[in-house]
Ligand binder design. Structure first.
Ligand SMILES: Cc1cc2nc3c(=O)[nH]c(=O)nc-3n(C[C@H](O)[C@H](O)[C@H](O)COP(=O)(O)O)c2cc1C
Length: 192
């Protein structure tokens, strides 16, 4: 029996159990934007993952029924926005089914043509290198063609156990076994 066949014999995990476990994975909250039929589209998303720094690439997972996924497929580009805790209202608004951009200041990114939210903590503009349908989602792998951070002392918006959260740095002692970000020893930045 092949490994693949053996795996098929496992008892299926129910969606409810899966959700009960995975909701305890703390994540950063983002807003992913794109454009469809010339208009802006966007949604609140936690399914964002940095893939590599050389070259800079990231992955997002979007429901295949979302308007935003339709826009990313159509335009071949998207922007991932990082949010401050103060931007919680943005996250709530972009998780609703419509009217995402009403009253929200944004401009068009010259390189990709996607909408960039002017007041977000930062953004990464990407062009799609690959898209992979998986179950009821589409994984979009994007090459970062522009990015910006608007605050040197960010207070990020987090999501954990079905609620928005704030990072409490006061209780943390500095890590002793991590190399500085960008050094050759830093995980994820192993030299070629
Ligand atoms: C905290 C949070 C995280 C979410 N993460 C994702 C995600 O990673 N991918 C996704 O497709 N939808 C995600 N959603 C749901 C979308 O934001 C929501 O379905 C949105 O209304 C879709 O908008 P659209 O159809 O206009 O694209 C999330 C919602 C919340 C509240």
């Amino acid at each position: 029996m092949s490994q693949h066949e053996a795996r098929k014999d496992h008892q299926p995990v129910s969606p409810e159990l899966f959700r009960d476990v995975i909701r305890h994975l703390a994540s950063g909250v983002t807003i992913i934007t794109s454009s469809a039929k010339g208009g802006p589209v966007g949604l609140t998303a936690t399914a964002v993952c940095s893939i590599s720094a050389k070259p800079p690439m990231l992955l997002v997972s979007l429901s295949n029924t979302s308007h935003t996924a339709e826009g990313v497929e159509e335009s071949g580009a998207f922007a991932v926005h990082l949010l401050s805790h103060a931007d919680k209202a943005y996250a709530e608004k972009f998780a609703l089914p419509k009217d995402h951009f009403v009253g929200i200041p944004y401009h068009t990114d010259e390189a990709t043509g996607v909408p960039v939210l002017s007041e977000a903590l930062g953004h990464l503009a990407c062009v799609v290198e690959r898209s992979i349908p998986v179950a009821d989602h589409i994984l979009f792998i994007g090459r970062v063609v522009g990015c910006e951070l608007n605050s040197k002392h960010p207070h990020p918006l987090l999501y954990f156990d079905r609620n928005y959260r704030k990072l409490s740095t006061a209780s943390e002692t500095p890590a002793t076994n991590l190399e500085p970000w960008g050094s050759e020893q830093d995980i994820g930045l192993v030299s070629a």
